[in-house]
Design a protein around this ligand. Structure first.
Ligand SMILES: Nc1ncnc2c1ncn2[C@@H]1O[C@H](COP(=O)(O)OP(=O)(O)OP(=O)(O)O)[C@@H](O)[C@H]1O
Ligand SMILES: [Mg+2]
Length: 149
């Protein structure tokens, strides 16, 4: 299915860019006139996904992160957060609540947060090649009356 609108940003995995990614996606989604809660959900999920790339994908260095957001019919928003870093060996284990390779600084709850704040979460990863996290969120109809999408 063809997207009605889309955007793409690429930036280095610096922690100062987490806010940029979160705000860029939020600004893009604003055209659907989302409810405050819906926007908070999207910002939170994107923040966790991008933070994971910043913290885990490129140990000891930096690499690129690409965030794409697409709007489809019926208020469906799809967001992809992609890196070309170390990848995740065991996705199922990584997604378990409290699992972390990040030591004491991390709580291992990022994927759980994404799962509860997005309507759909998909993780694709290959060791040494990188990771793609796909988040989907539906923006409710009542907030789109009179809107293009
Ligand atoms: N983009 C990524 N590249 C490589 N490994 C990742 C990536 N995202 C997640 N992981 C792995 O999955 C684990 C679980 O991620 P999750 O976000 O749930 O927890 P966390 O990042 O460790 O802690 P928290 O998000 O609570 O600060 C990470 O510890 C890491 O091992
Ligand atoms: Mg995390």
């Amino acid at each position: 299915m063809k997207a009605l609108n889309e955007m793409k940003i690429t930036f280095p995995s610096l922690s100062c860019n987490e806010g940029l990614a979160r705000s860029a996606v939020a600004a893009f989604v604003t055209q659907l006139d989302p409810a405050v809660d819906e926007l908070i959900d999207i910002r939170t999920a994107v923040s966790e996904a991008v933070t994971n790339c910043i913290v885990h994908a490129y140990p000891g260095g930096t690499g690129l992160i690409t965030v794409t957001a697409k709007i489809y019919q019926n208020g469906r928003v799809q967001i992809k957060v992609k890196d070309r870093g170390i990848g995740i060996e065991d996705i199922k284990q990584a997604m378990e609540p409290l699992f972390t390779t990040g030591g004491e600084e991390r709580s291992g709850l990022g994927f759980s947060v994404m799962e509860s704040f997005a309507d759909k979460l998909r993780v694709k990863s290959a060791k040494g090649k990188g990771t793609i996290v796909t988040l989907e969120k539906y923006i409710s109809m009542q907030h789109r009356q009179g809107k293009q999408f």
